[in-house]
Design a protein around this ligand. Structure first.
Ligand SMILES: Cc1cc2nc3c(=O)[nH]c(=O)nc-3n(C[C@H](O)[C@H](O)[C@H](O)COP(=O)(O)OP(=O)(O)OC[C@H]3O[C@@H](n4cnc5c(N)ncnc54)[C@H](O)[C@@H]3O)c2cc1C
Length: 367
């Protein structure tokens, strides 16, 4: 058995695990990441990071890397089907997930972090703090940080909520294609919305969310083909279509709802990222919230002696924020997918004639 009894053992090397590791290391708090994959695994999709996450990553001196490896889109254009509604200045950085995870991974190593790949978490003994992995390795750690994603084994095994996920009635298609646009485009249509944002000078990421009774798997790697995507989605603006037509891989993802958790911590374990708050992705905030989690926890830990107090404050700070974003994310799909022509007209009028979009962004981005 390896002795890491003065380390936080982080299970999961995704956005939550790597950013937590970086923020801890930045405060000289030792940690080790256990990741089940044999190497970093993120592909076929982009991610948008808003100022609430970018400002925190800046504290790790990563903003210039985001500038270099991703793209700060200039405007977000809103379309009703193909008709222009309005546009606002964009404040988000869009980047391929693979690049983001690599940036975080390099930073973590640079700060002295350790990553153990091919370590699939099996069990944890809260009394002895011994953690066991599929590859038969065991480690004694100080505290377990569960960053093992939306299907978290740790949440299901050790936390109260055991309710099965329920299909939300939405599923998403995603792909990356050639498109040198500098702007993002959000197409709002009855029963669907399509997001397009540039992730580099030549590539754009497409996500199409549709209301459907067909229950897709909740899988990041389930592939489909272009014809199936086009049949599912129907009308696409020329901006979205250009990206789809130039992509060569198409992925589909069933969106499931899990209950909002009222517990992120036990004495020996703390939940982060999707493991703590598996939200629907209609505001593009799941990854950003994961980064906020890691920052808050590390900051509290570096300033306190009493660990229980750290956990209490962590829940107190994170829960209201997560509840707000969870609610707004669900509502967003309803606004985006309005079918009634009169209500649609009223929505478009409000979007184009008031400052509601910026107001809503401020509400989400201010953290
Ligand atoms: C279609 C779609 C679009 C999205 N767009 C955005 C966006 O634009 N902006 C945004 O901020 N968010 C977005 N999100 C949400 C975002 O992807 C997630 O919130 C984010 O990836 C959560 O990070 P995580 O580290 O908690 O989980 P994950 O990224 O799932 O990472 C979990 C890690 O844990 C590992 N793991 C799992 N089980 C074990 C185990 N037993 N042992 C060891 N390791 C394990 C996995 O291999 C993985 O590396 C989107 C989500 C979807 C579905």
């Amino acid at each position: 058995m390896k002795d890491y009894s003065d380390h936080i053992g982080i299970v999961g090397g995704g956005i939550a695990g790597l950013s937590l590791g970086c923020f801890l290391a930045n405060k000289d708090i030792p940690s080790v990441i256990f990741e089940r994959s044999v190497h970093l695994r993120e592909g076929g999709a982009g991610i948008s990071l808003s100022p609430n996450a970018i400002n925190l990553l800046e504290q790790l001196d990563l903003k210039e890397h985001l500038f270099k490896e991703g793209l700060f889109s200039e405007k977000i254009n809103f379309l009703d089907d193909e008709a222009f509604i309005t546009s606002v200045d964009s404040r988000v950085c869009c980047i391929s997930r693979e690049r983001l995870v690599n940036i975080l991974y390099k930073k973590y190593l640079e700060l002295g972090g350790k990553v153990r790949f091919d370590h699939e978490f099996i069990s944890f003994n809260p009394t002895t703090k011994v953690t066991q992995f599929q590859n038969s390795q065991t480690y004694k750690i100080w505290h377990l940080a569960a960053c093992d994603g939306i299907k978290s084994t740790i949440r299901d095994k050790y936390f109260k909520s055991k309710e099965a996920p329920v299909f939300s009635g939405y599923s998403a298609w995603r792909c990356i294609g050639q498109n040198s646009t500098k702007d993002a485009y959000l197409q709002l249509s009855p029963r669907k919305h399509l997001v397009l944002y540039p992730i580099s000078k030549t590539l754009s990421s497409f996500v199409g969310v549709i209301k459907t009774s067909t229950q897709q798997q909740e899988s990041w790697i389930q592939e489909g083909d272009i014809e199936e995507l086009k049949t599912d989605i129907g009308l696409m603006s020329k901006y979205h279509l250009a990206t789809v037509n130039s992509a060569d891989k198409f992925y589909k993802w069933g969106i499931y709802i899990r209950p909002v958790s009222n517990q992120y911590c036990t004495d020996s374990m703390t939940l982060f990222g999707d493991a703590a708050h598996p939200i629907v992705p209609f505001l593009g905030q799941g990854g950003c919230l994961s980064i906020e989690d890691g920052y808050v926890f590390s900051d509290l830990l570096s300033n306190a002696n009493d660990f229980k107090e750290v956990q209490d404050k962590y829940e107190k700070i994170r829960m209201p924020r997560v509840k707000l974003i969870t609610r707004l994310s669900k509502e967003q799909a309803v606004h985006n997918h309005i079918s009634n022509p009169l209500v649609r007209k009223a929505r478009n009028f409000i979007m184009s004639k008031t400052n509601i979009i910026n107001w809503q962004m401020d509400r989400i981005y201010k953290f």
